[in-house]
Design a protein around this ligand. Structure first.
Ligand SMILES: NC(=O)c1ccc[n+]([C@@H]2O[C@H](COP(=O)([O-])OP(=O)(O)OC[C@H]3O[C@@H](n4cnc5c(N)ncnc54)[C@H](OP(=O)(O)O)[C@@H]3O)[C@@H](O)[C@H]2O)c1
Length: 281
């Protein structure tokens, strides 16, 4: 049995599906199991990862944990789960970290939260694998509203290029890492090519079969837009600091890890858009 935290989110849900496809029993945490909408057969348990006793119950009897945490609570939640997992005799933790955690020059909050979380996992004594993905292709979903309503995308850092990765590839690697990959490894994961936001918009336009405008906006305007969607100002600052790093070479490196682990090429952005066409159309 594998425990998946963050199972109702973008990557966690895909990890659940990948494990079920391999016939592996899954337990999943959600703060609200009634709204989790996970597949039949998944044992859904109510747990906020800040609640140590709920976490202890969730890890009881599992062989491995897919550890997905988010925001400024990453260090605390990773520590809570890793400590409980060690007490319960869990055999491995696969933590979803961040590609930027591997860039020693990155001192903005998100890589720092993940580095602290990774440290807590390593110090727990439970055998571990860290997954460090680059930016998710699914981040493009935040453009869906303006694409539908204005035929346009407004984004900062037009020159920044990121080897964006399909969340399904992260999940495919995670499912293998949870069962057979030797532990003690850091796996840096990327998609097959580095794309600027403008290049991503061109690909979306080509899949939709209609022209789209790309408009570069200032970082301040982008920050204000994030806050207008209900994100706290401190988190908006952390997101903007991460986005600024797209201007560096670090984010445009193609890593061979997805093909090496899964035995097939990493998914292309065009294929991700085709699969998610309805969101933009
Ligand atoms: N987006 C990127 O480009 C990128 C790149 C690299 C790394 N990452 C990392 O990927 C992770 C986010 O993955 P994602 O986008 O798949 O997540 P997501 O879709 O935002 O989902 C977040 C999940 O966390 C759960 N959750 C939130 N607060 C919780 C709490 N207090 N206790 C228990 N569960 C809680 C939610 O479940 P319920 O609501 O059901 O409780 C939900 O399933 C972050 O660690 C991020 O740093 C992201």
């Amino acid at each position: 049995m594998i425990l998946v935290t963050g199972a109702t989110g973008e990557v966690g849900r895909a990890v659940v599906d990948s494990l079920l496809a391999q016939g592996i029993p899954v337990r999943a945490t959600s703060r609200d199991p009634a709204r989790a909408r996970l597949p039949d057969g998944v044992e859904v348990v109510a747990a906020d990862l800040g609640d140590a006793s709920a976490v202890a119950a969730a890890v009881s009897g599992v062989d491995g944990v897919f550890l997905l945490t988010g925001g400024s609570e990453i260090p605390l939640h990773d520590k809570t789960v890793a400590t409980a997992a060690a007490s319960a005799g869990v055999q491995r933790i696969v933590k979803l970290s961040s590609g930027r955690a591997g860039d020693d020059t990155a001192t903005d909050p998100i890589p720092q939260w993940h580095r602290a979380g990774e440290r807590a996992v390593r110090e727990s004594g439970v055998p571990w694998i860290m997954l460090r993905p680059m930016g998710f292709m699914s981040n493009a979903l935040m453009w869906a509203g303006s694409i539908r309503e204005q035929g346009a995308v407004f984004a900062p850092y037009a020159a920044g290029r990121v080897t964006v990765i399909d969340p399904l590839d992260i999940a495919a690697v995670a499912a293998i890492a949870l069962t057979s990959t030797p532990t003690g490894q850091i796996l840096t994961l990327s998609g097959p090519e580095a794309l600027s936001p403008g290049e991503q918009v061109d690909i979306i336009a080509s899949v939709l079969g209609r022209p789209l405008r790309f408009v570069e906006v200032t970082p301040d305007a982008a920050r204000a837009a994030i806050i207008s969607h209900g994100v706290a100002p401190s988190m908006a600052d952390a997101i903007m600091a991460l986005r600024a790093t797209a201007l560096e070479d670090f984010t445009s490196v193609v890593h061979p890890t997805v093909p090496e682990i899964t035995g097939r090429p990493a998914g292309a952005f065009r294929d991700w858009v085709a699969r998610n066409r309805a969101a933009f159309a």
